[in-house]
Design a protein around this ligand. Structure first.
Ligand SMILES: Cc1cc2nc3c(=O)[nH]c(=O)nc-3n(C[C@H](O)[C@H](O)[C@H](O)COP(=O)(O)O)c2cc1C
Length: 211
C-alpha cells in the first residue's frame, strides 16, 4: 500500500471568534490522520515566528496548504510575515535551497466576493486564479507543484447552515483525496478549482480509507 501524503495546513484567521465560514472548514479537517493543522495566529499572537520550527514542519510534510480568508486580494498579514521569514534563501530557494522541491502546494481560501465578481466583467476584474498568481509563483520558485485552489466564494451570501456544512464536507473530502493519493492528478491539473472534485471533474480512484 502506498503511504499517505502528510499534509500541513497553515491556517491564518486573525479573528476566529468572528469567523462564520473558516471555523467550520477547519473543524471539518481536525483529527484526520496524517493532517497537521497549525493555527498561526494562535501559535504567534505577537507575530514572532519561530523560523526553525516552521522549516522543520515543512520538511516533515508532503503537501503544504495555506488556508485563510482572502484579505485585500491576498492573505492575512501573518502569512505574509511567515513567507518573508520562513522561505529563506538557501532553504526554500537559491542554489542550495532545495528543501521544498517536489512537494505540493494548495491555497484554500474564502472570499466575500461572489464567483461572478471574480470575472473580467465583474467588479474585481480578475479571476481568482489570476489574483493567486503570487502564491503560484512562490510555490514554483520553491520547486513545489501548485495545485488548483479550493475556493469558497460569496461568503456573505452563505446564510444557511447546510450551505456552509456542504463546503466543510467538500473540504474534508478534498483533503482526504490529496492525502490518500486517490485523486487522478492529471485531471486535477486541468481544473481551475479543486472544488471540481465534487462535480466529478476530478476522478477519484477509490474511496478514501483513512479517518
Ligand atoms: C480586512 C479584510 C479584507 C478583505 N478583503 C477581501 C478581498 O480582497 N476580497 C474578497 O472577496 N473578500 C474580502 N474580504 C471578505 C473576507 O474574505 C470574508 O469576510 C471571509 O472570507 C469570510 O470568512 P470568515 O467567516 O471565516 O471570516 C475581506 C475582509 C476583511 C476583514
Amino acid at each position: 500500500m502506498v503511504s499517505p501524503n502528510q499534509i500541513l495546513i497553515l491556517f491564518a484567521h486573525p479573528a476566529l471568534e468572528k469567523s462564520r465560514i473558516n471555523r467550520h472548514l477547519i473543524q471539518a479537517v481536525k483529527g484526520m490522520d496524517s493532517v497537521t493543522i497549525h493555527d498561526l495566529y494562535e501559535a504567534y499572537p505577537n507575530l514572532e515566528i519561530d523560523v526553525k520550527f516552521e522549516q522543520d514542519l515543512l520538511l516533515a510534510h508532503d503537501i503544504i496548504v495555506f488556508h485563510h480568508p482572502f484579505y485585500w486580494y491576498s492573505s492575512p498579514a501573518i502569512l505574509k510575515e511567515w513567507q518573508d521569514l520562513v522561505l529563506e534563501y538557501g532553504f526554500a530557494y537559491g542554489h542550495s535551497g532545495t528543501a521544498l522541491r517536489g512537494k505540493k502546494f494548495l491555497s484554500a481560501i474564502t472570499t466575500g466576493g461572489s464567483e461572478q465578481a471574480y470575472r473580467r466583467e465583474g467588479y474585481n476584474r480578475f479571476t481568482i486564479r489570476e489574483l493567486l498568481i503570487p502564491f503560484e509563483q512562490t510555490a514554483y520558485l520553491c520547486g513545489m507543484e501548485y495545485l488548483p485552489p479550493f475556493v469558497v466564494h460569496g461568503t456573505h451570501q452563505l446564510r444557511e447552515q447546510h450551505q456552509i456544512a456542504k463546503y466543510a464536507k467538500d473540504y474534508r473530502y478534498a483533503i482526504a483525496a490529496l492525502r490518500d493519493n486517490t485523486i487522478d492528478w492529471e485531471s486535477l491539473r486541468q481544473c481551475q478549482h479543486l472544488n471540481q472534485i465534487q462535480d466529478g471533474v476530478i476522478e477519484i480512484r477509490e474511496i478514501p480509507h483513512h479517518a
